[in-house]
Design a binder for this molecule. Structure first.
Ligand code: CA2
Length: 147
């Protein structure tokens, strides 16, 4: 069974507590259950990882080398600041998809910049939890094509 690693960055563990107009009312546990269900439906083994620390996210990406077949990443605020995260994605060479709950292209100017996207095959933004399902199915179709 192919393995997917889902990485969520800073403050995503606080989902549902504030800013429901932007991020919705569902909690982080709801998100984990949603991702687990989507991966299961698509026939993937999935592991979810969340950290508020850039270094811990870089460590996790490095540790994924040779173990995971795909990475789905919502780097949260590090999307707009981190060079280390896209460098790590490029270093391990694992196919990656960037996901954002909100449509970052329609938000503050500083959120419209993503350094992560150049290390990802596609970016899915503004679809809420469904974006993670789309990312899972992107891997399903790309892995079938490359079989
Ligand atoms: O839209 C997304 O998924 C983001 O990656 C979410 C990040 C934000 O910094 C990015 O610009 C876009 C924030 C994640 C969670 O933020 C919360 C804020 C208030 C209450 C709960 C979570």
């Amino acid at each position: 069974m192919k393995k997917i690693l889902v990485i969520n960055g800073p403050n995503i563990n606080m989902l549902g507590l504030r800013e429901p107009d932007i991020y919705g009312t569902k909690t982080f546990d709801d998100l984990l259950a949603f991702i687990g269900g989507a991966a299961n439906d698509a026939g993937f083994e999935v592991q979810c990882f969340q950290s508020n620390s850039e270094g811990a996210i870089v460590d996790k990406i490095q540790q994924a080398y040779g173990i995971f077949d795909g990475i789905i990443i919502n780097p949260a605020a590090y999307t707009h600041t981190s060079i280390a995260i896209p460098d790590a994605l490029k270093a391990v060479g694992i196919p990656a998809v960037e996901v954002h709950l909100s449509d970052i292209s329609q938000r503050e100017a500083y959120r419209q910049i993503s350094y992560t996207s150049e290390a990802c095959q596609i970016t899915i933004a503004g679809k809420g939890f469904e974006g993670y399902r789309e990312a899972v199915y992107f891997f399903k179709s790309s892995m079938i094509q490359n079989k």
